[in-house]
Design a protein around this ligand. Sequence first.
Ligand code: SF4
Length: 580
Amino acid sequence: MFGWHGRLLQVDLSAGRARTESLPEEWLHHYLGGRGLAVRLFRDFFQIEPYSPEMPLLFATGPLGATAAPTAERMAVVSRSPLTRTLYDCSVGGRFAQQLKCAGFDVVQIDGRAAVPMVLAITPSGAELLPADSLWGSTVSTTIAALNGRGSVVAIGPAGEHLVPFATIVTDDGNAADRGGLGAVMGSKRLKAVVVSGAKLPEIADPARFERAHNDILRLFRAAPVLFGELGLGAYGTPTLVDLLAQRRMTPTENFCKTFFAAAANYSGPALRAACTPHKVGCCGCPVQCQKVTADGAYLPGYEALSHFGALNNIGDLTAIITAIRTCHELGLDPVSAAATLATWGEVRGAFPTAAELVPLLHDLVWRRGAGEQLCAGSRQLALAAGKPQVSMSVKGLELPAYDPRGAYGMALAYCTNNHGGCHLGAYPLAHEILRKPAPTDRFSFAGKARMIKIAEDINAAIDSLVACKFAFLGAGIEEYAELLAAVTGVDFTPERLKEIGERIYLTERWYNDVNGFSVIDDCLPERFFREAGSSGDGIEVPPLDRARFDEELQKYYRMRGLDAHGRFVDRNFLVSLPC
Ligand code: SF4
């Protein structure tokens, strides 16, 4: 078999043993890897409680991993989220995915709960559990440094140990499974870190065809200003979006009460470059290199974290913002949910946190003391407890990222139809509504958005299963990646087949939600967006969303998906209809 090893490493932390299982070839052809393969593997587990020992935590690579396919050194980290209670997948770049593939495994499935804290060490010959008492309580960087030399590492911080439902799993090269609280699932298993080393590169079915497809993709990357242009992701990283979204009056400000923050310029791409003189780095083998580090090796934050500790909390102090985000990294906290929860708390108490309050509040949140007792469960629970559920700016419990939906109607719809909550990455409408790729659309219109969101969700589910980076598709397309996949695997994958696979993955996740009680009630935006206008100005009007048009487009979307008016499956035998 080319592209996959067909091997799953199953680790039972309760019993302290590991074994290798074969993955059916049929599953790999119908679900690919990463998110898709995890969705198939979760068929017996999706109703189990997130912190139950029986709930698996998966690290799943894809068929393009370790092949030099551009942006494809990634994996999906997947489990049931304690924050949203849906299945949750994070696409994570970096060396860990490559090393796991080179160790000879497509997937690692971690079950059970260790009696005492452990580190899992994976090599081509299997797995070993190492005591981690001395690391329990340590920050992320201390843990990673202690395991240096054993291979590539992922680790949790104190937030994961304390079961904060938006805790992260951080890699040794600055990436993270950052949203949805999968670090808390790992903490509930008393697993402090996983380290993996491998050396065997997978074989490619047709190297000459691979080379041609690879070169085509690189040519398309180079021709895309959003990737390699003067103000592109390669030049400034995602902070290049700070100015772009400010100009479009889409910056969520003061817990989404406003959509423009004058001090955003303090943490824009050019401001960061002037203050920190960063150089470029990126995920293993990626030519775009959209990440930035300072001369002393410290990673600079991305757009969403900067904007939420900045505008969302009404803070313009660059040093305070970066310090807060680094604190989140060390504690193993999702900076987007952490900042959004602080903003919700700020609205409830009638004063947003000051720059000086940020770091102490983050520590209090993790150790559940003082205001931290309210903050530690996330914005939805905090707002409910305060009797003001409307001030949690979340969908399905997931705090919204830094794109105000009153300025992009496809985004408004996509936040709601995303299977795991208010995330922009499921359909990534930012591409056509703001970045004008592959073609520009009218951001202040719902017309046609149901179909665009449905198609994009299906394609992105396939991309997350390759596992490739969404940014690659601001240059190349699904056609080039289908060609690359066919070259690697020797299987006749076409763009149409990838879309079919993506649809199967999306609908299976939606089915899991349906069985777990989710419906149209959960596919809704916070009331504020329908009642309050954003910050108009500079010739741009930002009115509230039209609820009737939103509902109409959501119903269109349901019909395209074959769902009923409540967003539920008409065919109660959906799973039986799947090929495997
Ligand atoms: S574009 Fe950026 S996030 Fe995507 S793979 Fe490359 S370096 Fe990683």
